[in-house]
Ligand binder design. Sequence first.
Ligand SMILES: O=C(O)CCC(=O)C(=O)O
Ligand SMILES: [Fe+2]
Length: 426
Amino acid sequence: MDRETRAFAEQHFRDLKGQVLGGGGQAPSGVAFIKEPDTFSYTDFVKGFLLPNLPCVFSSAFTQGWGSRRHWVTPEGKPDFEYLLRKYGDVVVPVANCGVQEYNSNPKEHMPLRDYISYWKEYIQRGYSSPRGCLYLKDWHLCRDASAQDLEEVFTLPVYFSSDWLNEFWDALDVDDYRFVYAGPQGTWSPFHADIFRSFSWSVNICGRKKWLFFPPGHEDALRDRHGSLPYDVTSPRLLDASLYPALQDSHPPLEVTQEAGEMVFVPSGWHHQVHNLEDTISINHNWVNGYNLANMWHFLQQELRAVQQEVCEWRDSMPDWHHHCQVIMRACSGINFEEFYHFLKVIAEKRLLVLGRGPEGVLVDAVGLGLGLQQAAFDAGRLAEVLASVIAHPDFQRVDTSTFSPRPEELLQQLKDAVVAAEAL
Ligand SMILES: O=C(O)CCC(=O)C(=O)O
Ligand SMILES: [Fe+2]
């Protein structure tokens, strides 16, 4: 990030006055297609897509050099099953059954990739059907199963997506990540959803094609049924039944995108989407959060807590540690609670403080191994300070026992504020 981009982004957030990135309201008439890597800078991405929170598609020229595009694909553009078997046949992968709805997703089982590929080959031979149903390999954490050297061969993180705090945090803890491979025959699909924690995502087709149906934030509300639930499949004819979906006449058609082989889709924060594989397809998908959508994540966590509190409100007066239980339930349902969110902010903030504290020479040494420039660190510190201030002011965070936290949240906030002031001159 350069100085000018930082100034532009900081002004954008000042103008928002604490509101989250939108992209809602009037739907754009189409999704931009970016052709030329040489003429599209990080600043162009920030101004055109990250800040306005709008989707876009990058041409296959952006992923030209990726090893997976050479090795995982046959000359005919099909998945190279033999290569994948040799390389990853024994790895156990998660597989969802697209034909079975369990709440708003599909039941998952685990099997060695070898077995999934046997299934896939047989599915093709039988003319794209199987008594086992339509199985989709989803959320395979390849980065956990392959060596770093191997991964260098697979893909290169595009600069546009390089500020990725979710994976930075989980890598620091060494427990999880949000980097996935999806693979499945024509007809596999992902039900209607918005991404975890209102993260951004990016998705590259290594081979095959996907159809994306996008709804800007808020537009999903017109698709709710009479109980307020979101549909599982927005293409279902059930949605035309006005007694089931009373607001449907107010809905807008989705923005439709066909993603070709090698192309990269940017999914903005809080946009609901549904995705269909139009051919046998393998993709790499990452979820990511950074200074641009951090406030969206925090906003989402507050909504999640309110939903839990509403759900269990009848025990509020009779249960002494009701608030604590709400946090426990929230963690079970959403994967994170307020305490863990603070921990996330802390881990990310401390690295920025280290870089900023060291000054320009420190960045050259970069012993934190972040490749984090001063302008990026300064921007991040500003975003962290804004959201941390809001966390500290939240009554439910004030109920969390922070006495053992190091540093204490107020201390961390002060450090961030000091760093932001010191970084103004950078
Ligand atoms: O490719 C798919 O099936 C789903 C991808 C997705 O939802 C995402 O990348 O956010
Ligand atoms: Fe998604």
